[in-house]
Design a protein around this ligand. Structure first.
Ligand code: SAM
Length: 236
């Protein structure tokens, strides 16, 4: 997988790079020398500081530039309703959780491999969503079927194209399967995806289970990134 195709937020979050966390840049940088690593960290910081969406996120109090992607998607499709129950998969550092709450969600449960600083009004757990029982734990915390399932999950790339591709598709499938099992009729599902990724199987299933399925590339998603979002609306 080329650098352009790598899931990008981890390099682009508002906070500075931490030098390798469970889901951070750690795996991608492991093989690098101290010199190349510090060079790429410097480039990351420079890019971060000059990025208009990151600046805007800092100014407006969003925890990540990713917040604008959900804002754009929601402005277009009106997925978050006052009183919605929302599940957020891959929620750290919490930009999407903030957006869901700000737009009127009454219950938001987020999960991430990484710890998330508390956000009043949300239940946030640190766990691997692909592990058995985590989905049920989230459902118990939510207190009812979700109206909206969000997944911005992005794995650590290992640099081997086929392996990375399989991991991307696996996360989308797991998130889609959860959404199909749990969403209320009329509910919606949003998932990060990557152009060129063969999500054909999951796409076909989503088209069967939802009235409308669209691909969206928000303005705030970097042009040079292959990231796109799948938006599946109105669970049948
Ligand atoms: C792009 S970031 C999410 C940004 C978030 N939407 C926001 O607005 O701040 C992707 C997140 O997915 C998480 N992730 C990846 N695989 C995961 C898994 N199996 N279970 C839980 N979280 C996962 C990563 O730890 C990472 O924090």
């Amino acid at each position: 997988m080329s650098d352009e195709e790598k899931p990008a937020e981890r390099r682009r979050m508002v906070r500075p790079p931490s030098g390798g966390t469970a889901a951070g840049r750690g795996m991608g940088t492991k093989m690098k020398t101290a010199d190349t690593k510090s060079m790429s960290s410097q480039q990351w910081i420079k890019r971060q500081l000059s990025d208009k969406w990151s600046e805007k996120a800092r100014a407006e109090g969003w925890r990540s530039r990713a917040a604008f992607k959900l804002i754009e998607i929601d402005n277009r499709f009106h997925l978050i309703k006052s009183g919605s129950r929302v599940i957020d998969l891959g929620a750290a550092p919490g930009g999407w959780v903030q957006v869901a709450l700000k737009r009127g969600a009454k219950a938001v449960v987020g999960v991430d491999l990484l710890p998330i600083e508390p956000i009043p009004g949300a239940e946030l757990i640190q766990a691997d969503f692909t592990h058995a029982g985590v989905d049920q734990q989230m459902m118990d915390l939510l207190g009812g079927a979700p109206d909206l399932v969000l997944s911005d999950m992005a794995h650590n790339t290992v640099g081997h194209r086929q392996t990375d591709h399989l991991k991307i598709i696996a996360l989308i499938e797991i998130a889609a399967d959860f959404a199909i099992r749990t969403l209320k009729p009329g509910g919606h599902f949003v998932s990060k995806n990557f152009q060129g990724g063969d999500a054909g199987g999951v796409l076909a299933r989503l088209r069967e289970e939802f009235e409308t399925v669209k691909y969206v590339k928000p303005e705030s998603s970097r042009k040079d990134s292959a990231e796109v979002f799948l938006v599946a609306m109105n669970r049948r």
